[in-house]
Each structure stands twice: as C-alpha cells, then as structure tokens.
Ligand binder design. Sequence first.
Ligand SMILES: *Cc1c(COP(=O)(O)O)cnc(C)c1O
Length: 400
Amino acid sequence: MKKMIYLDHAATTRTVKEAVDAMLPFFMESYGNASSIYSLGAESKKAVNAARETIAQSIGATPQEIYFTAGGSEADNWALIAAAEANSDKGKHIITSRIEHHAILHTCAYLEQRGFEITYVDVDEDGVIKLKELEAAIRRDTILISVMFANNEIGTIQPIKEIGEIARARGILFHTDAVQAYGHVPVTLSRYPVDMLSASAHKIGGPKGIGFLYIRSGVRIRSFIHGGQQERGRRAGTENVPGIVGFGAAAKKAMDTLAERMERERQLRDYLIDRIEKEIPYCRLNGHRTQRLPGNVNFSFRFVEGESLLIMLDMKGICASSGSACTSGSLDPSHVLLAIGLAHETAHGSLRLTLDSENTREELDFTMEAIKEIVDKLRNMSPLYEDFIKKQEKAQAQTL
Ligand SMILES: *Cc1c(COP(=O)(O)O)cnc(C)c1O
C-alpha cells in the first residue's frame, strides 16, 4: 500500500492505543449495564465513574457537572436548545458568531423557527470575534451567548475569557463549543468563566460517537434525551461504556502530553506556514497567525480550485481538507472563509492541513513539494491566471 500522510486531524483522529486497550474489556468481558446492581454492572459503573473523574479534572469541573453525550454535535444541540427553552421566560434572544460549526449554526436556525431571535456577530479578517459588536448586541431579553473556543477551519482561538466576563457580568448564560480546543490547548474553567462547554472524543484520539457537555452546577437547563435515570436523569440511555472508557483514556493521555504536543505541533505548523508563504506566490494565510490552534494551517491559493487540489493530493496519498468535512461535497464556499472577508473565488481555493505531534518534517516536506507541483499545474490550466500574468507583464513593461 502507498504510504499515507494524514493531515486532517481537525476532521477526526486515529484512536490512540491507550484508548483501544482500555475499551476492549468492555465489549466481551465487562459488558454489564452500568445501572444493574450485580457486580458485572458495577464494573461498568466503576469504569464510567473513573472516566468522568478524569475528564472533570481535565477542565477543573466536578464529576457531577460532566454529562456524556453521543459526540460534539449532540452536546451543542443540547446546550442551545435546552438552555433556550428552560430560560425562555426571561427572553428569547441568543447571540452567537458567524463562524460557528454547523452543529451550532443549524441549531440556531432551528431555534429561529421556534420563535427565538439570533444575532450573529461578525469576526475580523483574522477570524476573531468583534467584542464591541458582541457587547452592543446584548439586550434585556438576551438569555444565551454561544461562541466557539477555537475554529475548526482556520484555527483562530477566541477571547473566551473576555466573552465569559461580559456574559457573567450581565447574568447571561455562556456556552462554548470547545471541540477543537479541548485536549489541544489548555481549557481550564478557572481561567475561562463558562457555564456550558462541549467536547468530543474523536478529535483527541478517542473513539467516535462520544462526547460531553459540561453544565456548571446551578445552570437552568432541561434534560435532553428523555428516558431512564442515566446522567442524573438529564441524558437518558444506557451508557456507552466502551466509548466513555475510551474517551477517559484519550483525555488522560492528551492532558499528560499537552505541553510537549503543543510545542511540537507549533513548530511543525510554523515550518509549513513559512515554507508555503516563501515558496508559493499569490497565497494567503487564513486565521490568526499566533492566536491559533497549534496544529492548524489554512491557506487560500488564488487561481486554484480547492476540490481539484484535494483530489490531486489524495492521489499522492495526502489527506487534507478544503474547509470543514461537513461542507465538502457542496459547492457553497465555506461560511467561515466568507466571514473573514474572502471573495468567493479565493475561498474556493483554500486548503486546510491539520497536524498532529506525530507528523514528521519529512511528511511536511513531501506535502510541500506536492502542493507546489499541483498548484503550478492547476494555475497553468486556469484562464484567469493566464490573464492575470499577462496583465502583470504588461504593467511591468510599462514601468520599466
Ligand atoms: C467536529 C466538531 C463538532 C462535532 O463533533 P462530533 O463529535 O463530530 O459530533 C462540533 N464542533 C466543532 C468545532 C467541531 O470541530
């Protein structure tokens, strides 16, 4: 098999061995229902409690504030819908940003149909939310603010502390979608005043289909899945014991290695950013240069079609993304790239490479050569590029 270079860690990650090893006994040996009273069930319950403890510690919460869900999307849906409904007697206005994940944006659209009013706050050209605009959007009937911790496409990290302080000072609930940040940068509640926080296992080396919603104790929110008494009656359904155990193991590893991984990913990231900027003309780095996830690289290449670039990279064994995994397959340019002010054509020519500390310089060098070759090839096929070069030559001739 051809060697594969995986540079799409924001879409999902390979499950770490520690997580798989921890999960395996919970399929065929300790398969009891965590709610049963015999000891087979108690083994499951004990493992779920241990994972809850590990995850609570990882953000500085209490175990009672961690609610397991079937992933980041469910946590986002729960936070928004259930908090909106539980607080609708106080008002029906919600504030979010233009660059949220679809799990937030499409939930907001749903809430709009249900009579809630949503304000979408703009971001600047680096993708940082405009705090003044956010503050100005607050009304007497604002009940909830939801702003993501870090963006999944361009990697920009938001001023979560400042937003949390604004919300808290006015008694407004604050939720953050921390799916891209959790396990990749420190997400500590003592530093960030948030009321609800979403995270997902498969973005940090855990299994797919498991996540959590942190709900600060005292927050007014209703249950999300109705049924049994699991998750303190707020999220019914037999616990996904292997998933929860795997998430716990992945979270533990992520926390134990956080500082060194961040350092290594930053080095790889900046190496790749430097090389692209130096070696490929007519490109633009998307997202904030420093307030950025350690593993995120996102560029737009003028006169290049992103989908073609992806297909040709795939032929060389390189997995990358042109925006977010959820939007590829559709021809609409990414709402995030449009929100930071890119023209449609430029947004279409974008490439996201998301690294992990286990990627190597050699992989990046190979990728770099591949991108250069493909961008050249695609530009040489582009009539727009031909026109552009002719105009440039003409302008140059005139100034000589
Ligand atoms: C991946 C992702 C989600 C969705 O998480 P799932 O576990 O895949 O449902 C939500 N928000 C952000 C920012 C993400 O990157």
